[in-house]
Ligand binder design. Structure first.
Ligand code: PEP
Ligand code: MG
Length: 900
């Protein structure tokens, strides 16, 4: 009869390699790799993540695991010439967790497994009669085992240790001698039995098995679960367990332990960096009990080990072709490698190291591109607080637009603009912002709101301007009338200085020092690439990204100034010019006239007055973007946003009436505001609907675009306007606007005697539009995905409200790992995009496809849009370099091919 093949759950280090991280975890795979490189790794074996998953699923060890562990343990004993827990010469092992992705400190470790009342004497003898060392090791085992395996509260052991030190009149563990520690072990054993109802296990194999189970279980410890959610590590991977022969760094002055990096992980500078602690175990380094010395000191303490270590680090870097971090122990002059991995590094170091490795001939530029990412580049582009070590945040909001901003708290936009003009640095503080706050936002160093999420007005506009913004800081009670806010019992009045960190969402009282980004100065053309090593690295990598990417990178901009900056940052066009931003300020009055118009003539007069203003707006942008496409979106938001608030106005009129005064213009306005009021403005009269309801509105905008283009052409520049219709759900809507647009364009160009090709297309931002893309493409020369609205409409999430309202709970529950407004929801919104791409292109093969929602500048989403076969992404000017980099990375990841 054929024997049923059971899974292999245990691998000796000689059997694994670095590519088996899924099965052996990062630590196990790398220990195996080092073993096979012939480096001095203490022998051991790894129990697989598969065993962990089986254990967690059934609540018990899978069949065959115990026997396999037994076999590998015997092999380990044979290698070491010792038996686990032997009373004469015990083998001791460490039992360490190690998942596929590093989860530092989140799971459990038990050291010195195998020590018992009998073997502790053997250990002392083998350590040359070092009783202190043996009893100290034993008390560490009982403490760790008690805590992690049997859930004995750690404080119980700690207070016993404190009491022992008190009795000796010392604060230092090292002052406890062998006898003290032996007495402490007795005390620890009592604590153990009190809490567990059993004696401390004296069977070494039982210790080992229970420790392995505890490591498996620690995969689901609260802190591990939380960490995985934050880091977006899948919950079902499980951890491997490494059982490794113990080596001791605490056997005297010729022993010690340390950590090291093959390059500086902070700056990328070449050279060896690390810390060493003599006469200590690894946990002492982490606990920071004693001060470490720089690794270079080891040369003086133990030259042979130091030289061997340097040699090994060079081997590891050459082998992994990257910065490695390592942990090592020296036991009586013999060096042991306990861990290595490709080391974490700062954003700046990532760029510098990647180009260094190119120069060293270790990797090519494609691989360099692969080793950095857009999130790192974004981090390098924002000013930062030079230090916040001395400053404690008073509250935290949504980190909406990165950067560090300091200024006086100001509660209204006019005043902010006024102070800004006088050269004062201000932070605009509002409950939420609206288009009226624009002047204040422009003048401010940063924006702080107590309501709204990452797609709130404040967040979107601030990101567009590259301005720091923290929003939805609900702990702040903003009193606009009183011009102050209170937070945790403290009151901040207008003029008090505050500091906000848009990268972390932290809010500080007072001034925290800020430093500018050299990378932005480079993109702005203020410094050359050779100005410093970081800038030079960024320059080389982004230049390479440009040479390999297929996706175009355009920008969202609605002023000439933004357009010009975006061009400096590398934008190849404007993918979204939001024209409603041009209806603010002085023009508000004209919009009011348009809305309140009672006759055809009144309305036309208002439109005629707006026309030259709009024409000038477009001319400025066409000039700035000469030769590059400019997608002008016809007005989108509901017109009532341009009118005063209903409640304020009703109150004013009521007061006037109560005083028997004529409410005058307010009365007329109130009627209009009531007429236009909507319960759900996001689902109401906006976008194309507005254009079809207010006669002449779109025609005026189209005329302004055409006239500006004609003038630009006559000036000899090369305008490339595209007209985009928002919020289309049915092809008939688009056909109606198109027919009107074509007429106006014909009229203008005939009159001007020029011909400017103008594409007419639509946003795809309603699920219905995506599902009817084939039909809509009949009337559209291009699609631009408005993923902000498409996300809102697909999930049914109000984009202004939900992030602050309940997203934190959703994130906590793992319903999504990141807000779908930030990173494209591939399974829902993404599928709509794919459908629209497929059906749109089938109907019109040369259909131009882009995206202009906030996702256009999100690294993960850029990869999705590359895979979906779009032609370009469009994002705010400050995200342009990030999108260029990620588009390059996406091309490299897909083999540089056009995946359409
Ligand atoms: C969108 O909805 O994604 C979009 C770009 O339009 P807006 O954000 O202006 O609604
Ligand atoms: Mg939209």
């Amino acid at each position: 009869m054929a024997q049923q093949q059971t899974a292999k759950y245990v691998y000796d280090f000689e059997e694994g390699n670095k590519d088996l991280k899924d099965l052996l975890g990062g630590k196990g795979a790398n220990l195996a790799e080092m073993t096979n490189l012939g480096l001095p790794v203490p022998p051991g074996f790894t129990i697989t993540t598969e065993a962990c998953r089986a254990y967690l699923a059934d609540g018990t060890e899978p069949d065959g695991l115990a026997d396999e562990v037994g076999e590998h343990l015997r092999a380990l004993e044979a290698k070491m010439g010792k038996r686990l827990g032997d009373s004469e010469d015990p083998l001791l092992v460490s039992v360490r967790s190690g998942a596929k992705f590093s989860m530092p400190g989140m799971m459990e470790t038990v050291l010195n497994v195998g020590l018992t009342d009998a073997s502790v004497h053997g250990l002392a003898n083998q350590a040359g009669g070092n009783e202190r060392f043996a009893w100290d090791s034993y008390r560490r085992l009982i403490q760790m085992f008690g805590k992690t395996v049997c859930e004995v509260p750690g404080e119980a052991f700690e207070s016993a240790l404190e009491a022992a030190k008190r009795a000796k009149n010392t604060h230092n563990d090292l002052d406890l001698d062998g006898n003290d520690l032996r007495a402490l072990v007795d005390e620890y054993k009592k604590i153990f039995s009190q809490h567990t109802g059993r004696d401390f296990p004296q069977d070494p194999r039982e210790q080992l098995d229970l420790a392995v189970h505890a490591v498996f279980d620690s995969w689901n410890a609260d802190r591990a679960v939380l960490y995985r959610r934050q880091e977006r590590i899948p919950a079902d991977l499980g951890t491997a367990v490494n059982v490794v022969a113990m080596v001791f760094g605490n056997l005297g002055a010729d022993s010690g332990t340390g950590v090291a990096f093959t390059r500086d992980p902070a700056t990328g500078e070449q050279g060896v960096y690390g810390d060493y602690l003599a006469n200590a175990q690894g946990e002492d380094v982490v606990a920071g009990i004693r001060n470490t010395v720089p690794l270079q000191e080891l040369e003086r303490i133990d030259k042979a080990s130091f030289e061997q270590l340097i040699q090994i680090m060079a081997t590891l870097e050459g082998h992994y072709q990257d910065l490695c971090d390592i942990e090592f122990t020296i036991e009586r002059g013999k060096l042991w490698m306990l861990q290595t991995r490709v080391g974490k590094r700062t954003a700046a170091a990532a760029f510098v190291i990647a180009t260094q490795l190119v120069d060293e001939g270790v990797i090519d530029l494609d691989e360099a591109l692969n080793r950095v990412n857009g999130a790192q580049l974004a981090q390098l582009m924002f000013p930062t607080f030079a230090t916040d070590g001395d400053h404690k945040p008073v509250a935290r909001g949504v980190a909406a637009s990165p950067g560090a901003a300091v200024g006086k708290a100001v509660f209204d936009s006019h005043y902010a603009a006024e102070l800004g003009e006088q050269g004062e640095k201000v932070i605009l503080v509002r409950r939420e912002t609206n288009p009226d706050d624009l002047p204040g936002m422009i003048a401010a160093q940063g924006v702080l709101t107590s309501r709204g999420g990452k797609t709130s007005h404040a967040a979107v506009v601030a990101r567009g301007m590259g301005k720091t913004c923290v929003c939805g800081a609900e702990a702040l009670e903003v009193d606009l009338e009183g011009r102050k806010f209170t937070v945790n019992g403290q009151t901040i009045s207008e003029g008090d200085v505050i500091s906000i960190d848009g990268t972390s969402g932290k809010i500080y009282l007072g001034e925290v020092p800020v430093q500018d980004s050299p990378v932005v100065r480079y993109f702005e053309g203020e410094t050359g690439p050779e100005s410093d090593p970081l800038v030079s690295a960024v320059h080389r990598i982004i230049t390479h990204a440009d040479s390999v990417r297929r996706l175009g990178v355009w920008t969202n901009a609605d002023t000439g100034e933004d357009a010009a900056r975006a061009r400096r940052f590398g934008a190849q066009g404007i993918g979204l010019c939001r024209t409603e931003h041009m209806f603010l300020g002085d023009r508000r009055e004209l919009v009011e006239r348009l809305i309140l118009a009672e006759t055809e003539a009144d309305r036309q007069a208002a439109l005629d007055a707006l026309l030259p203003l709009q024409r000038a707006d477009f001319l400025e942008i066409f000039r700035a973007m000469k030769g590059q496409p400019v997608v002008v979106r016809l007005i989108d938001p509901p017109l009532h946003e341009f009118l005063p608030g209903l409640e304020d106005l009703a109150a004013k009129v009521a007061v006037a009436e109560a005083l028997h005064k004529d409410p005058g213009k307010d009365g007329v306005m109130l009627v209009a505001v009531r007429r236009m009021h909507e319960q759900n403005p996001m689902l109401g009269l906006r976008g194309v609907r507005l254009g079809l309801v207010i006669p002449g509105l779109f025609a005026m905008q189209i005329r302004a675009i055409a006239e500006a283009a004609a003038q630009c052409r006559q000036e000899g520049c090369d305008p490339r306007p595209e007209i985009m219709v928002p919020l289309v759900g049915a092809v008939q809507e688009l056909e109606t606007v198109r027919a009107e647009a074509e007429k106006v364009l014909r009229d203008v160009f005939d009159k001007a005697g020029v011909e400017v090709p103008v594409m007419i297309g639509t946003m795809i931002e309603l699920p219905r539009a995506a599902l009817n893309a084939g039909q809509i493409a009949q009337a559209a020369e291009f699609f631009s995905f408005g993923t902000n609205d498409l996300t809102q409409m697909t999930w049914g999430f109000s984009r202004d409200d939900v992030e602050a309202a309940f997203f934190s709970r959703y994130l906590e529950l793992g319903i999504f790992g990141v807000s779908p407004f930030e990173s494209i929801d591939r399974d829902g919104v993404g599928r709509l995009v794919q459908i629209a791409v497929k059906e749109g292109r089938a109907a019109r093969p040369d259909l131009q496809l882009g995206v202009c929602g906030e996702h256009g500048g999100d690294p993960d989403s850029v990869h999705f849009f590359h895979e979906a076969g779009l032609d370009y992404v469009s994002c705010s000017p400050f995200r342009v370099p990030v999108a260029r980099l990620e588009a390059g990375r996406a091309a490299v990841a897909s083999g540089g091919s056009d995946s359409r």
